[in-house]
Design a protein around this ligand. Sequence first.
Ligand code: ATP
Ligand code: F6P
Ligand code: MG
Length: 547
Amino acid sequence: MDTLSHAISSGVALPRSSSRSSPLLCHGFGSLNFRTRRTHTRSRVFAEIQRNQSIDFNDPDWKSKFQWNFEERFNIPHLTDVFPDASTIPSTFCLRMRTPVSEHFADGYPSDEEWHGYINNNDRVLLKVIHFSSPTSAGAECIDPNCTWVEQWVHRAGPREKIYFKPEEVKAAIVTCGGLCPGLNDVIRHIVITLEIYGVKNIVGIPFGYRGFSDEGLAEMPLSRKVVQNIHLSGGSLLGVSRGGPPVSKIVDSLKERGINMLFVLGGNGTHAGANAIHDECRARKMRVAIVGVPKTIDNDILMMDKTFGFDTAVEEAQRAINSAYIEAHSAYHGIGIVKLMGRSSGFIAMHASLASGQVDICLIPEVHFNLHGPHGVLRHLKYLIETKGSAVVCVAEGAGQESFVPLNNMFVISRFSHSNFDLLQKTNATDASGNIVFGDIGVHIQQETKKYFREIGVPADVKYIDPTYMIRAVRANASDGILCTVLGQNAVHGAFAGYSGITVGICNTHYAYFPIPEVISHPREVDPNSRMWHRCLTSTGQPDFI
Ligand SMILES: Nc1ncnc2c1ncn2[C@@H]1O[C@H](COP(=O)(O)OP(=O)(O)OP(=O)(O)O)[C@@H](O)[C@H]1O
Ligand SMILES: O=P(O)(O)OC[C@H]1O[C@](O)(CO)[C@@H](O)[C@@H]1O
Ligand SMILES: [Mg+2]
């Protein structure tokens, strides 16, 4: 087993910058959460960690200490942390100068001091916009028991007036890892286009994820506007994706050998953990390299962000499957349609698709425990639906009914193989090449149990199961995701030229921000069972608690 896989499977936390460790806060929690969870929602390791925090709220200065600490944690790493004397040049990104004046920039750079299109490094975006006046308010996220309002600011993304790389000295690489997601090609395309606008000529794609850094016979793919012009018209990734791969040290060796000084990493939490480790290793080796992530997860399970690209498309596409299940169920005598959607740890796709379609009677997500059997179970409710409506549609997220923490670090490995009364499927302990748990098929399980149940009670039921997961993942991005991908791709390049590294870019309260990677991947973002959105979903489906 290579170092990387070993780290994942053994739960060894990846190195973190020591400057980020804090006595006040645990990793990854912008705020303590005092909301009372309903007892049947999934117990969480990190909920416990949250409770153990040691903020002294009797300290009159706790709020300013919290904010100071937050500022520290969300400070974005910069090349000058390691190279204090790193020089800058005026930005070559200026939209008032669209035609490159010189091939080699020998006569200086076409910057325009008068152009008010740059972001000031001190610009900030407000992370939370609701002032919850009580911890019992729906979806409340409070820092102290009184829910005191504390402003939390993150760094605004966008082009800076001074840049830390000369375009002609840049070799930029793009890599896409993990599973597919609508919009990957759109992001690749906009990274390339924006790099070219800065004046970069040497741009390559690394084939098949991190494996492209090590596997024999996988050659770099030269990229240019011409190559990427139409790639957003189809789904998938021009570069290919993969799970697993070489140890971080080997990836960094490869960056060095190839002379890559900007790396754009498109992937989910695993990929970002890798990107952060690459960033740390480059720093340790004093390499002047910018590592910038763009979060890719169809599951929408990255912290802090309004949403990740591909999610809207997935929800839209999921509705087609739900609609087919509805038509099948509605047209059959005692029809029951079951649709399984992606969502390893988080039920965002299932919840949003259920809400959007308006055709779902039962939505099951990993965050909310449920029983299949018993007087309050899903099957008993299906019987009620058949008796009263004549048909029913169930939408289930793949991680529902199974403990599903992603083993990103030792915090989550604790619960990885834990047992709960609400785990419906036998665990296999099998993992994929990246160390992610391979789940049983909850959709098939519910289908089988439903058939068995109706057979046993002597009620005819026509049960149809649809698994559209890979069909959904392979489609091209819709219009709103296309725009999101465009902005994220552009901002990734701006971040690299601005000298930031170990960062990722996301949309936050409709604005775009840079985040230090560890803060967004410390655990998967989940549906809050106390949120208004989940309550809206319950209102829409009319489902009871299955406990
Ligand atoms: N903790 C880690 N440290 C370093 N690299 C990692 C880590 N976890 C995963 N990786 C690497 O990141 C890549 C992608 O990881 P993974 O397969 O988990 O997908 P992901 O980025 O989480 O995307 P998805 O949302 O599709 O699951 C793999 O090459 C894997 O080896
Ligand atoms: O079968 P693959 O390619 O490993 O991908 C499946 C996984 O990808 C995800 O969509 C995350 O990208 C999960 O929901 C799912 O478990
Ligand atoms: Mg993942």
